[in-house]
Design a binder for this molecule. Structure first.
Ligand code: ADP
Ligand code: MG
Length: 726
């Protein structure tokens, strides 16, 4: 057997991992939680009263921070951090690469006498100036105009990231260009949250709510991921370079027995999960659930929801911590949307709702949704938004990675639709027909077993195949990719719902001002909204062929891949929408278009180069060696006077498969070598039309060979090994 695979299996079989690294008996989870966060409790204990008050006003109500408070906050933060072993601080930001970025500065300043002071001023807390030229700007700035600023986000608390040798105080920030354009994902998200709050508050006012002062969008994102042994990972250049396997024949057993989902979790994996959770608890990330997912070696982690900004920062932390901790157990955490072909990929279910600062969930239907006018308004606003802006929503989840997943009978299709569930669907149908009189009720679940307690039953069943589902008191956007920064999808969601709320508030305000009864105004307002939007409501199986046909009949867009959806970014209606709510300027959208197109091109370019390298230097040589072996064996048999029809037949099959591989290499080489004229988008189109099919073609040829070549010559860890040897 090839030494890489042999060594990997041997290493795994003999490995002794130190599994018990955290002891919850010694440290109670509740003491661990938030222990590394400069949270409200710490702020209260350590800040002068006026500074504390000012900061809380900013966090809770969005009031701009009084700059005079900054010095006091910085100084308290520094002392607190140094006591906990911090030597450096960093402004953490979310550039448009999709991952987070950080540059560390030490607290040390020479004091002039050969000694040094630990210093951290309000100015340093509020503003940083990383060299912005090496981050994608999509044409927003030329490289010679390198100025970019990081601006402290006081609404997301600073925390300490522990490293083996010293710790770092991490300050969440927004990242902007010298001219004020957003160069990141946080700034537009914060803008969209404000836009939604403004519009939602208008609706609440109409309903006579005078206590709420702000509306927050809330998010709880469930993260799917794979864990595989590091020894295999190192044997796969495609996993290392591209995050996904470009080759690999299907294993004899995949996920067809459905014995994975919620199955018992292997010790090593569970130990890894527990340490991740312990680390995340310290950082104040409220992780709640863990379980096996559908595919072999696939798992999920989910936190309790928080406001979208914090939830986004915490989601990024979850990904970072999981990657880091997996290594302690000899594992690699794969966050790619489709690391393995033929089995489920990974997504991120983005649970989303709106809540007042007083804690009222605006998408809570109560027991009688038909009678809950305020809920119906907020819910109808979401339905209208998704119907009207489904293409922009589709855009928010587009990437070369996620293209492999959407619509592949494992994840929601690229067609955006809404699942409402039986109860709500019924209520909205009644409204559509003239007025809602009743709500279907849940009741008691019949188990047929007398010793089991009676179980309350929901008013409707669930649906896993819908990209956008109402799940009781929130919507779940299920098409977000597993490696994506959730800021993008939430920025879009918040903005399109803000527009809907604006539309509704404007109508209702005018009606009420004209002396119309509010209930009557609502009764007149809802039916046309439902009529207009109901094409997007679908409660059936979203994976089915019939749905694709039906969706086409309804005129719903089906933008199958990133290249098809990209032009939506700079379309007039998109630009107007985002400009109206001050979330993205036209210039910022133009830059996103360029960045998305470039990212698509680069992803496929790297995949093509990796595939060619592996095919030429690993797969073809193995196949040729085997061809020689079989050829020699046939010749030897012949020389000895024996006929070997079996040998001759398999030799023929092998030779032709090797020829196919060579032809596929040539094809991909040609497609990849072709230079498309024009801008990044023209290149992206070429990549999708020519390089993508050539890559798939090469894969088919190589995977065929994997089933023919002697196992001991095959150079790459196989799916069977990577997914099942734990
Ligand atoms: P599921 O049945 O899909 O597992 P859960 O009720 O366990 O649903 O919740 C899944 C995620 O939804 C969790 O992260 C949870 O915190 C989040 N969630 C619950 N309520 C809300 C809400 N009002 N807003 C946003 N997310 C929410
Ligand atoms: Mg869910």
């Amino acid at each position: 057997m090839s030494s890489v695979r042999q060594d990997a299996i041997k290493a795994i079989a003999c490995a002794k991992h130190q599994l018990n690294r955290v002891d919850f008996k010694k440290t109670h989870v509740k003491d661990l939680f938030g222990s590394m966060v400069f949270n409200e409790e710490v702020q209260k204990a350590r800040l002068p009263k006026p500074a504390f008050k000012a900061l809380q006003q900013t966090v809770k109500l969005g009031v701009p921070l009084d700059p005079s408070a900054a010095d006091a906050i910085a100084s308290a933060m520094k002392d607190w951090a140094i006591e906990r072993g911090a030597t450096h601080y960093t402004h953490l930001f979310q550039p448009m690469t999709g991952i987070t970025a950080e540059k560390h500065d030490s607290f040390i300043t020479p004091n002039g006498d050969g000694g040094a002071l630990a210093e951290f001023s309000g100015k340093e807390l509020i503003k940083g100036e990383p060299d912005a030229s090496s981050f994608p700007s999509g044409g927003l700035r030329a490289t010679f105009e390198a100025r970019g600023y990081t601006a402290w986000d006081p609404t997301s608390p600073a925390y300490i990231m522990e490293n083996p040798n010293g710790s770092t105080l991490v300050i969440p920030t927004a990242f902007l260009s010298w001219t004020g354009e957003a160069l990141d994902k946080k700034t537009p998200l914060l803008r969209s949250m404000e836009a939604l709050s403004t519009q939602a508050m208008r609706i609440l006012k109409i309903f006579g709510n005078n206590t709420a002062r702000k509306v927050f969008t809330t998010v709880g994102a469930e993260q799917e991921y794979f864990l595989i042994d590091k020894n295999f990972y190192y044997g796969r250049p495609d996993l290392i370079t591209c995050g996904r396997t470009l080759f690999g024949a299907p294993p004899p057993k995949g996920q067809e027995l459905e014995d994975q989902y919620f199955g018992s979790i292997p010790d090593r994996v569970l130990a890894c999960m527990s340490e991740c959770e312990a680390e995340l608890f310290k950082l104040g990330v409220p992780v709640k659930t863990r379980h096996n997912e559908v595919a072999p070696s696939q798992y999920e982690i989910a936190p309790i929801f928080e406001n979208s900004n914090l939830a986004t920062d915490h989601q990024n932390l979850i990904m970072e911590v999981m990657r880091k901790i997996a290594d302690h157990y000899g594992l690699v955490c794969l966050l790619h949307e489709k690391p393995f072909a033929g089995i489920n990929g990974s997504g991120k279910h983005n649970n989303w709702s709106m809540s007042t600062d007083t804690g009222e969930n605006l998408l809570n239907p109560g027991d009688n949704p038909h009678d809950n006018a305020q809920f119906l308004i907020f819910c109808a606003a979401v339905i209208r938004a998704v119907a009207k802006y489904s293409e922009i929503l589709r855009l928010s989840i587009a990437s070369a990675h996620n293209d492999h997943r959407l619509g592949a009978n494992e994840a929601p299709p690229a067609i955006i639709s809404i699942f409402l569930g039986e109860q709500l669907n019924d209520v909205f149908e009644q409204i559509d027909k003239g007025g809602a009189k009743s709500s279907k009720q849940g009741g008691i679940f019949e188990t047929g077993v007398s010793v089991l307690p009676p179980l309350p039953k929901e008013a409707g069943d669930r649906n896993r195949t819908s990209p956008f589902a109402f799940t009781g008191n929130k919507f779940e956007f299920r098409a977000v990719g597993s490696s994506a920064n959730i800021a993008g999808a939430n920025t879009v969601l918040n903005t399109i719902v803000a527009e809907s709320l604006d539309y509704i508030a404007t109508k209702l305000e005018a009606d009420v001002k004209a002396g119309k009864d509010l209930n009557k105004a609502i009764q007149e307002l809802l039916p046309p909204i439902i009529k207009e939007s109901k094409k997007v409501v679908f409660n059936g199986n979203g994976y089915s062929e019939e749905w694709h046909a039906e969706a086409e009949k309804r005129g719903l867009p089906n933008l199958k891949n990133t290249v098809e959806v990209l032009p939506v970014v700079t379309r007039k209606d998109t630009t107007e929408l985002f400009a109206k709510y001050k979330v993205y300027s036209a210039k910022e959208l133009e830059s996103r278009f360029n960045i998305l197109a470039e990212a698509y091109v680069k992803t496929l370019d790297i995949e093509a180069k990796t595939a060619l390298m592996m095919a030429r230097s690993m797969i073809l040589p193995a196949a040729l060696r085997y061809q020689k072996e079989v050829g020699e064996s046939i010749a030897a048999a012949k020389a000895a006077g024996a006929a070997t029809p079996a040998g001759v037949e398999s030799f023929g099959t092998l030779v032709s498969a090797i020829n196919d591989l060579q032809l596929s290499i040539n094809k991909l080489e040609k497609a990849h070598g072709h230079h498309a004229d024009g801008d990044a988008y023209a290149h992206a189109k070429h990549m999708r039309a020519d390089v993508f099919p050539a890559l798939n073609n090469l894969r088919t040829a190589a995977d065929k060979l994997e089933t023919l070549v002697a196992d001991d010559l095959w150079p790459l860890p196989t799916y069977r090994e990577m997914l099942f040897i734990k």
